[in-house]
Design a protein around this ligand. Structure first.
Ligand SMILES: *[C@@H]1O[C@H](CO)[C@@H](O)[C@H](O)[C@H]1NC(C)=O
Ligand SMILES: *[C@@H]1O[C@H](CO)[C@@H](O)[C@H](O)[C@H]1NC(C)=O
Ligand SMILES: *[C@@H]1O[C@H](CO)[C@@H](O)[C@H](O)[C@H]1NC(C)=O
Length: 267
């Protein structure tokens, strides 16, 4: 995630405006328009999301009982074992993994350890549900969550619309074994993992709450394809245009709305 901080900066003003009651209606209107464009654009570009339904069905039915998730099915999959009356969370262990593109080929050992653990959990009652997310195949979802490869995310799923807690644990790609993962369960993951929150939280975060996760996922994915010099050129063109139009406004624009009328304080 090379452009993480940049992306946060890009998203902040939008969200600040979204939280201002006066601008909520206007924001919703812009959001509607943006979503229209967004759908046009994403239907025009070849989908970067790869998903093999046959392999996924085999993994689910196999002895390890692993669900492979993608942009189209992650939510349904995680909610699947949850009943409307559930009061104790259904626990999901999701491994965020990747291949040569996103994990530089270093995730194999971790993935094997996770699969082996899934095999052990599958024959144990009340053990967590297991799922895999491969960021080589699902770059948009990984970007939408700002999810790093090589991490274990533990979801505590309650019926909608309860907030969902997620605990994350980075694993050592060179040393991790199935025993380490079993130990995490024995020790209690809440003791060793970090609670996840913030902008990119897949359920409770402001992006998800405003329906912006997927568009932001596409934008960050597209930025990730650019070499960093191209990114810098875009930023500099963009800021120069903003400067130019602001100066123009000051010179010819006549009376402009006073700065105090602005929706969001500048950051
Ligand atoms: C990943 O890279 C290794 C070494 O370059 C290569 O042997 C392997 O086939 C690649 N795997 C995939 C899935 O492309
Ligand atoms: C782990 O299991 C998944 C799902 O069955 C499979 O696609 C993947 O190749 C396995 N990885 C390793 C390293 O065995
Ligand atoms: C992983 O473990 C090895 C051996 O203990 C250690 O040398 C390495 O620094 C660790 N890597 C990370 C990222 O913690």
């Amino acid at each position: 995630m090379r452009f993480n901080s940049a992306s946060v900066l890009l998203a902040m003003p939008i969200l600040a405006v979204a939280d201002t009651p006066d601008y909520q209606a206007q924001f919703q209107e812009y959001l509607g328009q943006a979503q229209g464009y967004f759908e046009k654009i994403t239907s025009a570009i070849p989908s970067p999301n790869k998903y093999d339904p046959v392999a996924a069905a085999v993994a689910k039915a196999g002895s390890n009982r692993i669900d492979v998730i993608g942009l189209h099915n992650w939510k349904d999959t995680l909610y699947e074992p949850v009943t409307p009356e559930s009061t104790t969370p259904e626990e999901w262990w999701l491994l965020i993994t990747g291949g040569n593109k996103t994990c530089f080929g270093h995730c194999g050992k971790l993935e094997a350890a996770f699969n082996e653990t899934a095999g052990k959990f599958a024959i144990e009652p009340s053990s967590p549900h297991m799922a895999l997310l491969n960021c080589d195949n699902q770059p948009v979802l990984c970007n939408a969550w700002s999810a790093p490869v090589g991490a274990l995310w533990i979801f505590e799923m309650l019926p909608e619309p309860s907030p969902i807690s997620i605990f994350t644990k980075r694993l050592n790609l060179t040393t991790v074994t199935s025993d380490d993962l079993i130990q995490i369960q024995k020790d209690g993951y809440r003791a060793v993992a970090k609670e996840h929150d913030g902008l990119f939280h897949p359920f409770n975060g402001p992006l998800a709450q405003n329906g912006l996760s997927v568009p932001v996922g596409y934008v960050l994915w597209a930025f990730g394809l650019l070499p960093s010099w191209a990114f810098m050129i875009i930023v500099s063109l963009f800021s120069r245009r903003m400067m130019a139009s602001r100066m123009e406004g000051q010179m010819h624009g006549g009376p402009r709305p006073a700065a105090t009328g602005q929706a969001a304080p500048r950051r």
